[in-house]
Design a protein around this ligand. Structure first.
Ligand code: THG
Length: 367
């Protein structure tokens, strides 16, 4: 169809050569990098994630490193979730908001040491944000983007593969916890995490020159379990109700509207960015909420690039922020960011690809 013009602005991942060798055939951009989105066989890639094990180039999940005596202070100033109980070796999913309480990213915060944190970010520039806030508040902390590139291993067989590769200790890792590990000269952080609900691990590679080597070691270790290439899977993530920052959120979305209220602690210190706004929003009650929508149409629909309006009784009540044909449900499923006046069971219409579709609102997740 069309190609990609190489440039230093659009950085390839350390796994780029390896994914080309696997037959990658589509990319998206994320954090000014390329991320594989297809190897040409969607059904095979989907079922490999659901029933087996899949390896993903997710180097685009960049780390914003906070290092110095005030690293923990800065992390808590940036994140409206209580990090005071976070242990070295533990990760926590944290919403980041601006001063108005609007969601600006949803990273995993990893505490590597008392003076060393990583924010493993979604698609927005938190490096600028964190360094500006550190400077304005006069904090003793160095903010940088280190040479760290996650490779995800996802699916019910992922634990067997990672145990085979790194040792049985990985079986004891709790969700979002991690350990530093040297894999025959390849420096890694091994975490139980990943953007699917099928279970798995992420290997944070700390030396970009060894991307192909790591990819091939994982591929080799996974052979007995039929490992193959994949990527964050759109159908699985919608079925599982996982939010995509920037896709399911806009310039007005607060955490309460997208089922992230449980990751906000209103008692964090008053100098946490956005906490005053979140206290107000929480007290007043958010105006929108996220529900699932199941379209009646049996054939896959094409939602296009943008959000699609949702109507009830002819009045616009919200937006369809994504829509995908679910392989397990065999229906078009989507997320509705919609007025709190609309509830589960309501029948609504959504304009998708220029066609008015009917559907019903449901709880999330779907599966
Ligand atoms: N891995 C790493 N970095 C990342 C992502 C990742 N950065 C960007 C993006 N993904 C961050 N977003 C999410 C969103 C959801 C989850 C993980 C990262 C997730 N959520 C579970 C859920 O919603 O059920 C559990 C969260 C919890 O209860 O604590 O796993 O994938 N390195």
């Amino acid at each position: 169809m069309f190609g990609i013009t190489p440039s230093a602005r659009l950085r390839p991942s350390p796994y780029y050569e390896a994914t080309l060798a696997e037959g990658v055939c589509a990319f998206t951009t994320y954090n000014h990098m390329l991320m594989p989105t297809s190897y040409g066989n969607p059904l095979e890639e989907y079922w490999r994630l659901i029933n087996g094990v899949s390896q993903w180039d997710v180097a685009v999940e960049r780390q914003v490193q906070l290092r110095g005596p005030d690293a923990g202070r800065l992390a808590q100033i940036l994140a409206p979730r209580d990090l005071s109980s976070c242990k070295v070796g533990q990760g926590k999913y944290v919403p980041l908001v601006n001063h108005q309480g609007v969601l600006i990213n949803d990273p995993i915060c990893l505490k590597l040491a008392d003076d060393l944190y990583w924010l493993s970010i979604a698609d927005s520039n938190i490096w600028f944000w964190a360094s500006a806030i550190a400077a304005e508040r006069g904090l003793r902390v160095d903010v940088s983007e280190p040479d760290v590139s996650p490779l995800a291993i996802q699916g019910p067989k992922a634990e067997d593969v990672v145990a085979h590769l790194c040792g049985d200790w990985v079986r004891g890792l709790k969700y979002f916890w991690f350990r530093e590990f040297d894999l025959g000269g390849i420096p890694l952080v091994v975490a139980r995490s990943g953007w699917s609900k099928q279970g798995g691990f992420e290997l944070y590679l700390r030396d970009g020159s060894q991307g192909t080597k790591l990819w091939n070691l994982v591929k080799e270790a996974g052979q007995p379990w039929g490992i193959g290439p994949g990527n964050p899977n759109w159908s699985e993530r919608v079925e599982s109700g996982l939010i995509s920052f920037g896709g399911d959120t806009d310039g007005q979305t607060n955490p309460y509207e997208v089922r992230m209220g449980k990751y906000v602690d209103l008692h964090v210190p008053d100098d946490t960015v956005g906490i005053q706004a979140l206290r107000r929003i929480s007290a007043a009650g958010p105006k929108r909420h996220s529900l699932g929508i199941i379209l009646d149409a049996g054939d896959p629909v094409s939602p296009g690039f943008s959000w699609n309006p949702i109507y009830k009784d002819g009045v616009k009540v919200g937006d369809l922020t994504n829509c995908v044909f679910s392989i397990r449900v065999q229906k078009n499923l989507g997320f509705a960011l919609i007025s709190r006046d609309c509830v589960v069971g309501d029948r609504v219409q959504a304009m998708v690809g220029g066609v008015m579709q009917s559907g019903v609102l449901t709880e999330l997740p779907f599966v």
